[in-house]
Design a protein around this ligand. Structure first.
Ligand SMILES: Nc1nc2c(ncn2[C@@H]2O[C@H](COP(=O)(O)OP(=O)(O)O)[C@@H](O)[C@H]2O)c(=O)[nH]1
Ligand SMILES: [Mg+2]
Ligand SMILES: [Zn+2]
Length: 315
């Protein structure tokens, strides 16, 4: 049974009962949400139990139950998430789920304009692991550096993370990237202006998602993509485009467990003299020894320290 526009009315006329069906959240919209029900996208009301303040707790990708009241659809329930990408909400001590039930997090960066920064990449890697999502790194705008990977990005390939070098201008690397996403649901995330929406347009030009124009690319804090949204693309790919973010506050990760989220440190930590070693100052610390010998990347360790500073201890 495939619910179509007018189906609810027809069903009610026949049976005189409320019908219930399943849907997928395409884009949350304040206390409402755009939901794909069968082949149709409908703006739905959301049950009070799923609303906190001015927003629902729904994220693109959530599997929801929709009930019709007359011809009006309402989200009544949400299924347990298989995977998720979440962050600490801005201005509130609360989890904000950016995307639900995704297979891949594509961390999108630029080789230049804006300059490659590791901070957000390392934080996204942690958030991906926390939510059970496979991470991959895309270094876009590789045309601007003549194909050269920025120095700060070089260690990632060594850690086994899939790295895609792309250019929406020359299309270099674009087919490879999209081939890797066949049959999957991916979320594209990263700073503003790195080319997230452009990469989607490069694969599916018919979507014509708004991207920054040259004239406004210098405006500070300009976000062309203001709402996360799922797009269904050829090849069985679903992709969630997200607005650019400046800072990713981590949710659900404490100071003490942070090293579990750095696989190369986690491997070493078992050999530290103290079981509760923080890998910051302790004698007999295998992580510090590996740092000394050059086995552990200084850049990654610097990230560990910086992120550790920002986290709370277990309460
Ligand atoms: N030179 C170059 N510019 C690009 C590339 N990809 C995107 N851009 C430009 O970068 C700007 C930001 O792109 P946009 O897709 O809006 O970034 P988003 O904020 O991450 O979605 C736009 O002016 C794009 O035309 C690329 O591969 N090379
Ligand atoms: Mg965008
Ligand atoms: Zn240690």
């Amino acid at each position: 049974m495939r619910p179509e526009e007018g189906f609810a009315e027809a069903a009610q006329a026949c049976f005189g009962t409320n019908i219930q069906t399943n849907g997928v959240v395409v884009s949350p919209y304040g206390v409402l949400a755009f939901v794909k029900i069968g082949a149709v996208e409908r703006l739905c009301g959301v049950d009070d139990a799923l609303v906190v303040g001015k927003n629902s707790v729904l994220a693109p990708g959530d599997a929801v139950q929709v009930a019709f009241e007359g011809d009006k659809p309402f989200v009544r329930g949400v299924a347990t998430r298989r995977t998720w990408l979440s962050r600490l909400a801005i201005g509130r001590v609360q989890e904000q789920v950016i995307a639900a039930n995704v297979d891949v997090l594509l961390i999108v960066t630029a080789a230049a304009q804006p300059a490659f920064k590791r901070g957000l990449v390392d934080r996204f890697l942690i958030a991906a692991q926390h939510g059970g999502v496979e991470p991959a790194l895309c270094i876009n705008k590789i045309d601007l550096t003549g194909g050269v990977i920025p120095e700060a990005a070089r260690t990632y390939q060594e850690t086994g993370l899939p790295v895609y070098l792309t250019s929406c201008t020359t299309r270099e690397g674009v087919p490879d990237l999209w081939r890797s996403l066949r049959g999957k649901r991916a979320v594209f995330a990263g700073h503003s202006g790195v080319g997230k929406s452009s990469l989607i347009n490069a694969y599916a030009p018919e979507l014509a998602i708004a991207t920054q124009t040259i004239s406004n690319s210098n405006e500070k804090g300009k976000h062309t993509t203001t709402q996360s949204r799922i797009y269904s693309l050829p090849g069985g790919i679903q992709v969630i485009d997200t607005p650019g973010i400046r800072q990713l506050g981590l949710w659900g990760v404490s100071k003490e467990e942070l090293h579990h989220y750095f696989p190369e440190m986690e491997r070493l930590a078992g050999n530290c003299r103290f079981r509760n070693c923080s890998h910051v100052h302790e004698p007999g610390c295998s992580v510090l020894e590996a740092l000394e010998s050059g086995e552990l990347s200084r850049l990654r360790y610097a990230s560990y320290l910086r992120i550790r500073e920002s986290l709370d201890p277990v309460r």
